[in-house]
Write a protein that binds this ligand. Structure first.
Ligand code: AMP
Length: 615
């Protein structure tokens, strides 16, 4: 088996390992594939295509590229209690619920005990990379706001939970060696507290109490970090009171959190409480991070992909602190690292480490702006990587190896993992920006099909369309008809929320439709849309509260014609024009907003269904 060990205290050894792995990317990839095929030759899945053979060329010829629907029957059977070796020779120890959904439910990815070491390996490699660029991180702590999410069990008793919940609960995380990089202000008990509000409160309290030691702050995604700032804005008085008195608020009932936080609070600290209060009282919160935690060197949050929408907010609160996206990972597999952590968010590239999985790349055709260009062209996504969906069969044969990708081209990522995924399409579109030794570096371009995302939710065009189709029926009794719609992720507030622009035609008389619109009907439309969206949206909205109430903005009749005129004036082809289903351009947004005649919000969070994983 490929060796995943190195001395995580030895920066030189870590950097050397990255050099070796990337320099021999081709050889390592071949070894990885041979190892996966040899070990799993007898699995039902590979047997079906390879009849027990482990030949690499045969693998590429016979094993199809699949999306989730292709493996779902196997996953469902395993969830119901059939043996792991349908997919994997090594026992599948749990299923990781992804933020991608299938039929409204989270996709579930197989995981094995050994895979934990592969994840730890990647986290460990971050240490020497960060130390290389930012010296002195051993002189203090990291204030990371990390959270767990609910877990469920499959009918066979297999645990199903998100990948980070699994990681934070693992022995690798809890028994991590206290080296210079992983000393956190949050006690593990507060991270592992199942009540997110208590968890957030306690973690912020510990971060404030230890403010003088904090050298970096962060969360996994930018959205979570901004939520923490908002929480601080709403709760700083109570937090300061706890610091002042040395007593934790009574409503924090989680025993582990109480004990660990009480130990950190120690005794009353008037001076610190006054100091934090003085900062929080100021009218503007610009640069608040640097003001409260003055030794902070950077903000560690992912700001690539859909998280790029949060960069302006983070810059405001961070007051110029670097924003660092350290790694690229998913429930399927951890992929790689950002080897130049100080690069600007728009320049971030990730180097896929060749020992993490076997990677292939399906070229995505460039420059086909016509069909879907309208969606992209109004956005910040570069139009150099638009996809065509024609002839997927032809594309399948064209998948190329890691070392054969070309600079400037876009590809869809395909993985064959150690845990039972074979030629699986992750759904991410990446662009090659360069090479580190022989290993390519990729910019994250976008996730296939996703139109709206605030937190970990990923709403695609189809789901949005069917949600709108359900909601618009409520207009019929009012003799009104929805003629056009589009959407927008409004992140100007924390948390952000979905906005739908609706143009409504009144069928009965010439009176403007909106005058007839009863706000209770429109609010109900908002709720029906929310109820129709997928499980992850509902969890973020109803449980994590990381998404605010959905809003419908009704626009004047004719507004969408003006939208088309504007798009055409900017170069969209009239023949191929399709209403963009998501708006990203400021100019288009200004146009829509200038025609708004009514705003309505969902009045109740959607009901969160219990997930019956395999039904
Ligand atoms: P999940 O399956 O819920 O673990 O989500 C994984 C997905 O999150 C990936 O496939 C990407 O679409 C996205 N993602 C993860 N890391 C990054 C990153 N560094 N930049 C942009 N998107 C990311």
């Amino acid at each position: 088996m490929m060796d995943l060990r190195f001395d995580s205290q030895d920066d030189k050894a870590g950097l050397q390992l990255i050099e070796e792995l990337t320099a021999s990317a081709k050889k390592v990839q071949k070894q990885v594939l041979v190892e996966i095929l040899t070990r799993n030759a007898e699995t039902e899945y590979l047997q079906r295509f390879l009849s027990g053979q482990c030949d690499v060329d045969l693998f590429k010829e016979k094993v199809p590229l699949v999306n989730y629907e292709g493996i779902k029957p196997y996953i469902d059977r395993i969830a119901k209690g059939e043996p792991s070796h349908l997919l994997s020779a090594e026992p599948i120890s749990e299923l990781l619920t992804s933020s991608g959904t299938s039929g409204g439910r989270p996709k579930m990815m197989p995981s094995t005990a050994k895979d934990l070491d592969r994840k730890t390996f990647l986290y460990d490699l971050l240490v020497p990379v960060m130390n290389k660029y930012i010296p002195g991180l051993d002189q203090g702590k990291g204030m990371y706001l990390l959270f767990i999410k609910p877990e469920t069990k499959t009918p066979s008793g297999l645990m199903a939970r998100p990948v980070l919940t699994s990681y934070y609960k693992s022995k690798n995380f809890r028994n991590r060696p206290f080296n210079k990089y992983n000393v956190y202000t949050s006690p593990d008990e507060t991270i592992l507290c199942p009540d997110n509000r208590q968890s957030m409160y306690c973690q912020l309290l510990c971060g404030l109490k230890q403010r003088g030691e904090v050298l970096r702050v962060g969360a996994v995604f930018a959205s979570a970090f901004l939520r923490a700032i908002k929480f601080l804005e709403d709760n700083w008085r109570e937090l300061c009171l706890n610091i002042r008195t040395g007593n934790l608020s009574d409503w924090v009932t989680d025993i582990g959190s109480r004990e660990s936080v009480t130990r950190i609070l120690e005794q009353p600290d008037f001076e610190l409480a006054n100091l934090i209060e003085a900062e929080c009282c100021k009218k503007s919160w610009e640069g608040i991070i640097k003001r409260i935690w003055p030794r902070t060197k950077y903000i560690d949050v992912i700001v690539t992909g859909s998280m790029a929408q949060y960069i302006p907010n983070l810059e405001f609160y961070g007051g110029g602190l670097p924003l660092i996206s350290t790694m690229y990972a998913s429930s399927e597999c951890y992929f790689g690292l950002n080897l130049k952590p100080l690069s600007k968010p728009s320049d971030v590239s990730y180097t896929l480490l060749p020992n993490m999985a076997f990677f292939e790349f399906l070229p995505v055709t460039k420059g086909h702006e016509g069909e879907i260009g309208s969606v992209h062209r109004n956005g910040f996504t570069s139009n150099s990587c638009l996809e065509t969906d024609q002839n997927s069969r032809k594309k399948e044969t064209a998948a190329v190896d890691l070392v054969d990708v070309q600079i400037g081209r876009c590809y869809e990522l395909i993985v064959t993992t150690f845990t039972g995924l074979y030629r699986y399409k992750v759904g991410d579109i990446l662009m090659v920006t360069g090479f580190h030794n022989k290993a390519p570096q990729f910019k994250f371009v976008h996730r296939r099909n996703v139109v709206l995302s605030i937190d970990t939710d990923k709403t695609n065009e189809e789901d949005l369309m069917s949600a709108v189709a359900r909601a618009k029926r409520l207009l019929e009794p009012l003799e009104c008809m929805l003629t056009e719609y589009t959407s927008y992720a409004d992140t100007s507030t924390i948390p952000g929320h979905y906005v739908l622009f609706w143009e409504i035609k009144h069928m009965g008389s010439s009176t403007a439709a909106w005058r007839k619109l009863d706000s209770s009907v429109m609010e109900e439309c908002c709720s029906v849309v929310e109820d129709s969206l997928d499980y992850i949206y509902k969890r973020c909205r109803a449980k994590d509260k990381s998404i605010g109430p959905l809003e419908i903005r009704v626009v004047q009749e004719g507004c969408f014609d003006s939208l088309m005129d504007l798009c055409v004036s900017q170069g969209s082809s009239v023949n191929q024009y399709k209403t963009p289903r998501c708006i990203k351009s400021k100019e288009l947004l200004r146009l829509l907003d200038s025609r708004v005649i009514g705003r309505f919000f969902s009045q109740k969070p959607p009901v969160l269904p219990t997930i019956h994983q395999t039904s």
